[in-house]
Write a protein that binds this ligand. Structure first.
Ligand SMILES: *Cc1c(COP(=O)(O)O)cnc(C)c1O
Length: 238
């Protein structure tokens, strides 16, 4: 690791942290209510280690295979409080591996996948924390439940007793002006609030929304998890 890359990461991490705090304060929220998930897809293990040394404790990966190699490679080299989130589409045939590797699967996007994960968690006698991904903007290219579909299947998912449904996740369309993403974030929060009202036993405390281009706006709209890649690690070249 060159000194420059390390210094860059340090500076970027500081700027992101400040921006998270500023957005929280601006919207009357406690900065601790927002958790940074550093999106380390395409980022090498060395840089992940540097980030962990700077105090980053949550890392997000979108592919099970890549995450597995990285997590194995970093075994014993990261502080014990570091954990990994899956933020990309999960195929059922990788569900078992994902359940083992990730502390939180943020991208559960079908009832079938939820059922598969519930079965797998049941075999090991553990409860698996998940988020439900919502395609708020209705984009054909994106995974996730439509808001209407989620309201319909939610009781079925809630009944899967080996899953802990911690909240909702969304990926907003890439826009030039972050303000344009605000309605998407607001809609996710309202959907969460409706579900919470209809099913008071549901946890649903987490709203994973906001990326490099739009996370301050997401925080203003209630994000508890922001998934940030480029603002920390630089532009992805792969
Ligand atoms: C890549 C990715 C991110 C991070 O995007 P950046 O623009 O690099 O911050 C967040 N969420 C998901 C689901 C991603 O795939």
């Amino acid at each position: 690791m060159s000194v420059n890359v390390e210094a860059d990461l340090r500076g970027r991490a500081k700027r992101v942290k400040r921006a998270i705090e500023a957005a929280a304060v601006r919207s009357g929220r406690r900065p601790e209510a927002v958790t940074l998930v550093a999106v380390s897809k395409t980022v090498g293990p060395e840089l992940v280690r540097e980030a962990a040394e700077l105090g980053i404790t949550h890392f997000g990966e979108n592919r099970v295979q890549e995450a597995e190699a990285k997590i194995e490679g970093l075994k014993g080299q990261l502080p014990a409080n570091v954990d990994w989130h899956l933020i990309g589409h999960l195929q059922s045939n990788k569900a078992r591996k994902a359940a083992r590797l990730f502390a939180l699967i943020e991208s559960v996007d079908t009832l079938d996948l939820a059922i598969a994960l519930n079965r797998i968690a049941g075999e090991s006698g553990s409860r698996l924390p998940i988020l439900l991904e919502v395609n708020v903007g209705g984009e054909a290219s994106k995974f996730g439940f439509s808001p209407e579909a989620l309201e319909e299947v939610f009781p079925k998912i809630l009944a899967l007793s080996n899953l802990e449904v911690k909240g909702l996740m969304t990926v907003a369309r890439a826009v030039s002006d972050a303000e344009q993403a605000r309605p998407v974030f607001r809609e996710l929060r309202r959907l969460r609030d409706r579900l919470k009202e209809a099913y008071p036993v549901a946890d649903l405390r987490e709203l994973s929304m906001g990326m490099t281009g739009d996370y301050p706006v997401a925080i203003e709209e209630g994000a508890t998890l922001v998934r940030i890649g480029r603002a920390l690690f630089g532009e992805r070249t792969l």
